[in-house]
Design a binder for this molecule. Structure first.
Ligand code: SAH
Ligand code: SF4
Ligand code: F3S
Length: 448
């Protein structure tokens, strides 16, 4: 570890999903007592953590190229008499720990997602060059129990309620990198929410790979109801959820609980029943449409978001057109779409009928064109409406404030006095692909 004077500096680079964003924040919390101040770039850091993602091949390859760049920093700093420790965390660490150790001697420590509470000890051990550079075998429960209190730095926060996944979709590495599904006890989640609210957090986004499968002493709807009663929490969101876990009570809650924001990310992956079956998604297109219908009946203005994979093994042009049709039928406010990427050890990687890269690219472009059109239409439809905007900070220009609509859109509006945490009524006058802008119409804070 670095032995020079002055505060030690920590740089964490985060890839992948919100789970990793949350984990990176928790790693900062764990390392704070060791005297690590944040660094803006890896060049100035004594300790660099790469929090990695294994979901697609590109994400994984990025890790190895980034390690190559960090090795150069490490050697340059060594020439200046400064030590640099490189830690690889996250899902690639969990899945390919041994390989990283073999391929990248510049790496000091490889640590899986369940061992972050042990970071100080592991880093100290790595510095003593004891050769124990791998730490992948802890449980999610041990980690959550041992992490210190949180210190959020804004009015919105993620709160992890679950780890792992038991669904085993045939394309996905998450059940292997994050392990079996574990739900945190409700009391611990409520305590974390109260602490966040006490520190000024107004909007909490609950995180997990299948948050609606939550079962930590009550079901997911019961957890949401309890969280809605936490003083200071004005807005609740959750991501990601699985269609087969959308219970009647949860759907009804979208209509009954005003703190639950009218936005839902509900991945569908494909519109073809044949492909959905091969993916082991456990439902068909009709089931998904039915859930959307019931959600809209409960909360007519709910905005929907989803994930798609194109070019899954065996996907024909007809299957792909079923995905386009589902998009037209449902109408999404936003969406993520990906080319299928074969992942080592997953069933789909060994399936017959792998689709040509050029076909995947062409399908992705067609799907994304349709999804972008829907996103623009959704944003444009807000023009003329007055929306309750949670102020999160300053806008790009002086005198401008910035915040979030109930539908998770970024909103800019003119108001030099707006304070983070208040909910401003903003009349929307313009919309673009990714944001809205408008003017404040009242000074009174009102609930969403
Ligand atoms: N738990 C969530 C999603 C987790 S991964 C769910 O069940 O929906 C986020 C998204 O990455 C997935 O929804 C899927 O669209 C995409 N994804 C996962 N594995 C992939 C793969 N092998 N190739 C391409 N995209 C993939
Ligand atoms: Fe992966 Fe499926 Fe689990 Fe989502 S539900 S994390 S896609 S295995
Ligand atoms: Fe990636 Fe791991 Fe999240 S594989 S998507 S960082 S759970």
């Amino acid at each position: 570890m670095a032995a020079q004077d002055g505060p030690k500096r920590l740089y964490i680079e985060t890839y992948g999903c919100q789970m990793n964003v949350y984990d990176s924040e928790r790693m900062r919390d764990v390392l704070k007592p060791l005297g690590y101040a944040p660094a803006d770039k890896p060049d100035d850091a004594d300790l660099v953590v790469l929090n990695t993602c294994h979901i697609r091949e590109k994400a994984t390859e990025k890790v190895y190229s980034e390690i190559g760049r960090l090795r150069v920093h490490k050697e340059r700093r060594a020439g200046e008499g400064k030590a640099t420790s490189i830690v690889i965390a996250g899902c690639v660490a969990q899945a390919e720990g041994e390989e990283i150790m073999a391929r990248a001697p510049a790496v000091d420590l490889v640590v899986g997602p369940q061992a972050y509470h042990k970071l100080p000890e592991l880093i100290a051990r790595a510095a003593r060059k004891t050769g124990e550079r791998l730490a992948a075998d802890f449980t999610a429960q041990e980690k959550f129990d041992a992490l210190p209190a949180r210190a959020p730095d804004g009015v919105t926060a993620f709160l992890s309620i679950q780890e792992g996944c038991d669904k085993f979709c045939t394309f996905c590495v998450v059940p292997y990198t994050r392990g079996a599904e574990y739900s945190r006890p409700m009391a611990a989640i409520l305590e974390e929410a109260r602490s966040l609210a006490g520190q000024g957090v107004r909007e909490i986004t609950l995180l997990g790979q299948n948050v609606n499968a939550y079962h930590g002493g009550g079901d997911f709807a019961a957890l949401l109801e309890a969280l809605a009663r936490v003083e200071g929490v004005e807005r609740l969101r959750y991501t990601t959820s699985h269609p087969v876990e959308m219970t009647d009570t949860l759907i009804a809650l979208h209509g009954d609980e005003p703190k639950l924001m009218p936005y839902l990310h509900l991945p569908v992956q494909s519109g073809s029943d044949r492909v959905l079956k091969a993916m082991n998604r456990k439902h068909d297109g009709g089931f998904y449409r039915d859930i959307i219908g019931r959600l809209r009946a409960a909360r007519p203005d709910i905005a929907l978001s989803t994930d798609f994979i194109v070019g899954f093994p065996g996907e024909t042009e007809k299957d792909f057109e079923a995905s386009l049709q589902l998009v037209r039928d449902v109408g999404f406010a936003s969406a993520y779409s990906f080319k299928y990427s074969p992942r080592p050890g997953t069933p789909a990687a060994a399936m017959m009928g792998q689709v040509d890269e050029a076909v995947k690219s062409e399908r992705l472009a067609r799907l994304q064109a349709l999804l972008s059109e829907q996103q623009r239409a959704f944003n444009t439809a807000q023009i003329g409406r007055t929306l309750p905007v949670l102020v999160t900070g300053q806008g790009r220009k002086p005198g401008q404030a910035y915040g979030r609509s109930p539908y998770l859109q970024a909103v800019h509006f003119d108001d030099a006095q707006a304070r983070p945490g208040e909910i401003a009524s903003v009349r929307i006058s313009a919309a673009s692909q990714n944001s809205l802008s408008g003017a404040r119409v009242s000074c009174a804070t009102e609930a969403a």
